[in-house]
Design a protein around this ligand. Structure first.
Ligand code: NI
Length: 236
């Protein structure tokens, strides 16, 4: 309890440093801690889907994504950028305490095909090390190369499985919640891994409809590890 209070004060302190007025009322930075039970999903005979979120944590949108997932009791996997870790400890702690999975999206978000094997190794290790500073004993299990671009040097540099996706929600280019919703609902099937970005309002808007719709259509939104336990064929 004591630790929570201290963390809470640090979070609020961080927010006060941000200049108000730069953001609209819906886009105010929000890194409050939510005091709530973890989401638990036991995969049963229903279809499974893995919602994955790249490039966060984001001070404007990640908590909104977490709240939507919580409301519908859906689990997800967050491919975090190492350079975002130190500034968004509250959000990372919320992801873990809600029951979501964290994974490695490298430190600087460089195109890995432009780097040497050693540089790639460093991009991955530095992310793990930054996370250990704030969440000790959390080994990231999967790596996703920025832009989905990689070559043999990534396989040499990392012992972690490389996880891409089979459905691109195209939220990074569409800027349209309705279109994001439609793309996913048209393509989703048992075992799908869907990529989103928790860094924009269109994804948040899309998820408000998409998460309950997926559940109503018979899907359980689970972590990658839960999905891989059943869908070995998509394991890289
Ligand atoms: Ni990315």
């Amino acid at each position: 309890m004591k630790r929570r209070k201290v963390l809470y004060l640090i979070c609020i302190g961080g927010l006060l440093l941000l200049i108000p007025g730069l953001f609209s009322i819906h886009d105010m930075p929000n890194e409050e801690r939510r005091d709530r039970e973890p989401i638990t999903i036991e995969p049963d005979s229903r279809m499974l889907v893995a919602l994955t979120f790249d490039d966060g944590p984001n001070p404007l949108y990640t908590l909104q994504v977490l709240d939507i997932l919580y409301e519908h009791q859906a689990l997800a996997t967050f491919f975090i950028s190492g350079k975002q870790i130190a500034d968004h400890v509250c959000l990372l702690e919320q992801m873990v305490s809600d029951g979501h999975e964290l994974a490695n999206h490298t430190y600087h978000h460089y195109d890995l095909t432009t780097l040497s094997t050693d540089e790639i190794r460093r991009e991955i290790q530095r992310t793990q090390e930054a996370l250990e500073q704030v969440l000790p004993f959390y080994p990231l299990q999967y790596v996703r190369p920025p832009f989905g671009r990689y070559n043999d040097r990534l396989q040499e540099a990392s012992h972690l499985p490389i996880v891409l996706w089979d459905i691109d929600s195209r939220d990074w280019e569409l800027r349209d919640a309705e279109a994001i919703f439609s793309i996913v609902m048209e393509k989703v099937q048992d075992g799908s891994i869907i990529v989103f970005h928790d860094d924009n309002p269109y994804t948040v808007e899309a998820l408000k409809r998409l998460v309950p719709e997926l559940i109503q259509s018979g899907f359980q939104p689970v972590t990658l590890t839960q999905l891989f336990e059943r869908h070995d064929h998509v394991r890289p």
